[in-house]
Design a protein around this ligand. Sequence first.
Ligand code: MG
Length: 377
Amino acid sequence: MALPPACAVPSDGPLTARKYPEPLHPYRLPFERDRARILHARAFRRLAGKTQVFTNRYSDHFRSRLTHTMEVAQIARTICRVLGLNEELTEALALVHDIGHPPFGHAGERALDDALKEHGLRFDHNLHALRIVEHFESRYAEFRGLNLTLAVREGIIKHSRDYSAAEHPELAEYFLDQQPPLEAQIIDLADEIAYLTADFDDGFEAEILSLEHTSAGVRLFERFYAPMQEKYAGASEKLIFNEALKRILNALVDDLLEETTRRVRADGIAALEDVRRAPERLVGFSDAMENLRMEAKRYLYANLYNAPELERDHEEAERVTRTLFHAWMADPSLLPPAHLAEIAKEGAPQVVADYIAGMTDQYALTKYREWKEQREE
Ligand code: MG
C-alpha cells in the first residue's frame, strides 16, 4: 500500500526550516529532534494530569491526555509506515497534537472559550498549542520556545481543521490555501480512531455504557462483537469485548489505508505538491466506513460524553475554570510575575486564559481551593 515516495515530507528541505537557524545534528534528523523537544517539554509532561474524558474520580487506569496521545502516536506511526511516509514527522505531530488542551477535557475548553467570548476572544486549542511551542516553553538560552521545524508548526495548526488566511493573517506562513501534508492529515483520523475505541473501552469499564445497548445502537460494534461472542463462548464478557474492540480498531485502520491508497492512485497523486493542491484531504475512510464511524461517534456523544453520570465533573470543570478566570481578571496582580509581564502585550483576558489552559486538573483545583479559602478568611 506504499504511496509514491515523493508524497512523503522529506527529512531535509524547506519544511525542516526553523525560525532561528540551527546547525544540523550529526546523527539526528530534524523531525527526530522535534519529537525529542516535544517529549522533553513541560507542557507534554502536564498531559499526564489532564482529563481526556474521565476525571480520576472514576478510576486511575482510564486514559489521561498523555496516554491518549501515546495511543494516537502508536496508530499514526503504523499508518505512516505502511503508506511509506515520514514516520518521525508523524510521531512528532501525534505527540504534540493535544498539547494545547486546557484542564478538564472538553468541559474545561468550553468554559474557557465562554469566558474569553465575554472579551471578544475565543479559545482554540490548536492556536494555543502553537503559542506553547513558540513562546511558553523556555528551555534554550538562544531563543524562546522550542524552535520547531516549519512542518511541525504547520501540522499543529492544520491537522484537525482549516484556517482562513483572511481571518488569521498571523498564520500566513503555514500555506493556509493548501492541504497539509499526508503526515499531518493522518493525525486527525488516528486521533478519531484512538478516542473512538478508547472511549468505548473506558465507557464500559465505568459502567456508563452497556453491551446490549451499544450492540443495538452501533453497527460497527455489533459487527465485531457478535462473532466474538460465538468464537469465545466461555470467556468473560470483558475479554470478548476486548477481542471485538481490537478488531474494530484494525478495521478502521485497514479501511483508512485502503481508501487513502485508492484516492492517491485515482487522483494521480505522485508528490507532495500534488497532495498540497488536491481539492480535498486524501487521508480518509471509505463512505461505508465513514457512515459507521459517524454513527459510533454520535452514539458516544449521546450516551457517554453527555451522560448524566459525567455531568457532575462537567459542572465542576465549568465552575473552577470560570471562577479562576474571573478572579484573575478582577485582580491580575495576583498572577505569577512571568504572566503578569505579558499583559501589556497580550491583554489580561488572553494572559489569564493562557495561564489556566496550561494547568493540570489538580493544579487548577488547588488554585480554586486557595481562592475559596482566601475569600472565607
Ligand atoms: Mg486527541
